[in-house]
Design a protein around this ligand. Structure first.
Ligand code: GDG
Length: 471
């Protein structure tokens, strides 16, 4: 029977090594929950890197443990991680795809490592897959994989989804390896992005750089048709709504509110990343405090920054910049009993995160560029009393769906300041109308809907392909 194989750079598992023993704990991210209905069924599996480099002598133990969770590891060396992951993926592709080309490193050895590691993934897939299996590949670390797999398993069904933006042709064309990347992707039967803009940009790059024709979301490669479409990713709505309603979280909300003296809360949550616009957000908050002294001691910005990619130079620099800005704002405005910015440089357990979502009057989500952004959707799902205000960057994929938010351009500091002031005085009635409408959207287009939609389209794409072959 044909199986389904999920492939991503990282497996949804936390493997830790302490005092010579390894522990394995499934991670509960949104994607893992959504795809649970796929890889945990029948003979299906999820294939990827377990998140740490292991000695050859440890490999069998890792394989055995992960197989219990229906996962199959791809082992990567330290130099693979340095050059393929930190290097090509995060220093070349990530900045380019987020319109930060000035940060992009064009390094041949990174490209070679990227090619080599994509091949490693391909070899593992070929070991496990039957010729007619369905393979769903995720994200920008594996752009070459669809064509590599197609070559070894020509009849397989291959889907690819990119979680980050696809940039406009003018930006994408700057990459020295642009053509190979597009050709790598075109091995898939279905290529998905979060938004129609990403689809348009991708198709335009294919037309200009590969010289293929495309119409109505179908690219003709000569012997195959490749379908391209938008699939805006959702969250596990019920999980966020139910956790926000739980007794434990209610207790936390009360405790946190008392500690913060019942001040109005503005919430900001991101991984440390220049694409998220953290310094720009802090500068806007600083200007807001300067312009509206009546809000002093009345509002607190809770800023959660989750450490990320801290081996990459640009991220180290960003950390210093954020530390300095927070220090400057608190140094200027704090009083004995009030710190304008409560800054946390670590992640929180899920229930505490839920408590923050529930107690925040305003969520300030202002990325410079974001494929989708799930934080804003999680905030909306957690608003169990129906109030709340979302300030959202136009540059996040989510802005296409959440049009009732206060939409801002993150490069316009004055607009952000105005949005903050407006958000803090929106009448409750208006908050309820906007939140109810956004909740309906986020609830309907949840993560399960997203998985089913993609899988159904993939089946359809393959059927069409087969029908064409026989006519
Ligand atoms: C990429 C794309 C796209 C954050 N702090 C804590 C915590 N988180 C969780 C959030 C949320 C996730 O991390 C972040 O997801 P985002 O979507 O906002 O951003 P990326 O990590 O950049 O994700 C993005 C996404 O892929 C999916 O396609 O939306 O555009 O860049 O779920 O809740 N979780 C916990 N503690 C924290 O302190 N437990």
């Amino acid at each position: 029977m044909a199986r389904k194989i999920i492939v991503s750079n990282r497996l949804p598992v936390k493997v830790r090594r302490a005092d010579g023993t390894m522990t394995f704990e499934p991670s509960e991210g949104g994607l893992a929950t959504g795809l649970g209905s796929v890889y945990k069924e029948g003979e299906n599996i999820w294939l990827g890197w377990p998140g740490l480099c292991v000695e050859e002598s440890e490999e069998q133990q890792v394989i055995t443990e992960l197989q219990k969770e229906r996962m199959q590891p791809v082992f990567l060396t330290e130099s693979d991680i340095k050059e393929y992951y930190e290097g090509f993926s995060n220093e070349t592709l990530w900045p380019t795809f987020h319109y930060f080309s000035q940060f992009a490193v064009y390094e041949q050895s990174y490209w070679e490592a990227y090619y080599r590691v994509n091949q490693k993934f391909c070899e593992q897939i070929v070991k496990f897959a039957n010729p007619d299996d369905t393979i769903w590949i995720h994200d920008y670390q594996l752009l070459l994989l669809p064509s590599m797999v197609r070559e070894s398993l020509p009849d397989s069904t291959i889907g690819f989804f990119q979680h980050i933006p696809f940039p406009s042709y003018e930006v994408f064309r700057m990459l020295p390896w642009r053509k190979q990347i597009l050709q790598g992707l075109l091995g898939a039967d279905l290529i998905g992005f979060h938004t129609y803009d990403d689809v348009r940009h991708f198709v335009s790059s294919v037309i200009h750089l590969v010289g293929l024709a495309a119409s109505h979301g179908i690219i003709e490669t000569g012997n195959r048709s490749v379908m391209v479409d938008a699939f805006p990713m959702g969250i596990d709505y019920d999980k966020y709504a139910q956790t926000a309603n739980s007794e434990k979280v209610s207790g936390m909300v009360q405790e946190f509110q008392e500690a913060l003296r019942h001040r109005k809360i503005i919430l900001s949550i991101d991984r440390l990343d220049y694409s998220k616009g953290i310094p720009q957000r802090l500068r806007a908050f600083e200007m807001f405090l300067k312009q509206y002294p009546e809000f002093h001691e009345q509002v607190t910005l809770i800023m959660i920054v989750v450490p990320s990619r801290d081996q990459v130079e640009k991220y180290k620099e960003l950390k210093i910049e954020v530390d300095e800005l927070v220090g400057r704002i608190n140094g200027l405005y704090r009083t004995l009993s009030w710190a304008p910015v409560q800054y946390y440089y670590h992640s929180f357990p899920f229930e505490e995160l839920s408590a923050f979502y529930r107690m925040a009057h305003v969520a300030l989500v202002t990325p410079m560029r974001d494929g989708m952004n799930l934080v804003c959707k999680e905030y909306i799902a957690s608003r169990n009393d129906g109030t709340g205000v979302l300030i959202l960057s136009e540059m996040a994929g989510a802005a296409k769906e959440l049009s009732e938010a206060i939409l801002i351009n993150p490069n316009d500091v004055h607009q952000m300041v105005g949005a903050l002031q407006q958000a803090l005085i929106v009448p409750e009635e208006n908050q309820r109308v906007a939140v109810a409408s956004m909740q309906a959207t986020v609830q309907k287009y949840n993560i399960h809907h997203w998985v089913n939609l993609f899988m159904d389209r993939l089946t359809y794409a393959k059927e069409k392909q087969n029908a064409l072959k026989t006519t």
